[in-house]
Design a protein around this ligand. Structure first.
Ligand code: PSU
Ligand code: MN
Length: 306
């Protein structure tokens, strides 16, 4: 049995013409942002990728198929689906078997992108090691996916709702290159600087493309995490965001929120508590990541042709 992939027309054309393609996840749409901003953001991100000379492929599971790229009406439908499954590596096959609608996380989107021959993926933030993981064992499958699936993921670092030092440690243990773009510090989503140094740094899309290809040539499995800092004008100061994060975390604990529900709960509380300010920043950083991902996808094609 081959993987049940179905390609949007635009993505099928791009593949046939060997044009750069950027994969996009869908959990950010169904579980990461409220409607209608989720739809507006998804559309804006796709437009940004086209403007940068690449083709967007938003990935989701619908009707027993993995969709590589959504037609405009499919995207609208997904953005309004209230009961979409949050699909990570563990859930993908079950979601397909059920014929359910599933929104793919970073981990599942990497798997699907790789099956579709797409090398680069843009998102907002990745999952990581949750605070208190020493008791809860809550470590996102995103980290282990980066260690085994050859896709470069462009994100704005990880949110400070996570334990960032432990997240970096787990990535290092599993041999995942964590590469800050254009600076030495590891960015922390809403803030450009987490206060932690990034293990690696790159200053051009071409260099990032070359290191992804070099990894493959060495027979090393896995991808790369490209940590792209939020644009300066969109940044939220740490003093402003840290107390909000602390409040959301203590509410989650008090309400006994666990497992897959933790990240969506924290995201929606932080949006409410900042009255949309966190959402604006979130949108700005995703657009910024889309631009860099498009450039990397273009450079990979150039490097392969050379
Ligand atoms: N972090 C964010 N926004 C998101 C997510 C994480 O800042 O939307 C989503 C992504 O889809 C990510 C997933 O892959 O949550 C991680 O969930 P978990 O921690 O349950 O693996
Ligand atoms: Mn988790």
């Amino acid at each position: 049995m081959t993987a049940p992939l179905t390609f949007a027309a635009e993505v099928a054309d791009a593949k046939a013409l060997n044009r750069p393609i950027v994969a996009l996840e869908s959990t950010i749409i169904t579980h990461g942002m409220p409607y209608p901003q989720n739809l507006e953001t998804a559309q804006a991100v796709e437009a940004e990728i086209r403007k940068a000379g690449a083709v967007p492929a938003t990935i989701a599971v619908m009707g027993g198929k993995i969709h590589i790229g959504l037609e405009p009406e499919e995207l609208e439908q997904l953005a309004q689906t209230k009961d979409a499954m949050k699909v990570s590596r563990a859930d993908l096959a079950v979601c397909l078997a059920k014929g359910a609608t599933g929104a793919t996380t970073v981990a599942a989107t990497m798997i699907c992108a790789n099956l579709a021959g797409i090398d680069v993926f843009a998102t907002g933030g990745i999952g990581g090691v949750h605070r208190g993981a020493e008791d809860s064992f809550d470590i996102s499958a995103d980290l282990l996916e980066l260690a085994q699936t050859p896709v470069s993921v462009v994100a704005a670092g990880a949110k400070a709702i996570l334990d960032l030092p432990k997240t970096l440690e787990v990535l290092e243990t599993h041999g995942v290159p964590v590469i800050a773009y254009g600076q030495d510090a590891f960015p922390a989503f809403w803030s450009r600087n987490s206060g932690l140094p990034a293990p690696l740094r790159a200053d051009s899309a071409a260099e990032i493309a070359k290191s992804q290809l070099a990894r493959a040539s060495l027979g090393l499995p896995g991808g790369q995490l490209i940590a792209n800092p939020i644009p300066e004008e969109a940044e939220i100061a740490r003093e402003e965001i840290v107390p909000v994060i602390e409040q959301a975390l203590s509410e989650a604990e008090a309400q006994g929120i666990a497992a897959k529900a933790v990240t969506p709960f924290l995201l929606s509380r932080i949006f409410e508590l900042t009255e949309g300010r966190s959402l604006e920043a979130n949108i700005a950083l995703v657009l910024n990541n889309a631009r860099l991902a498009a450039a990397i996808a273009g450079e990979i094609i150039t490097a392969r042709g050379a």
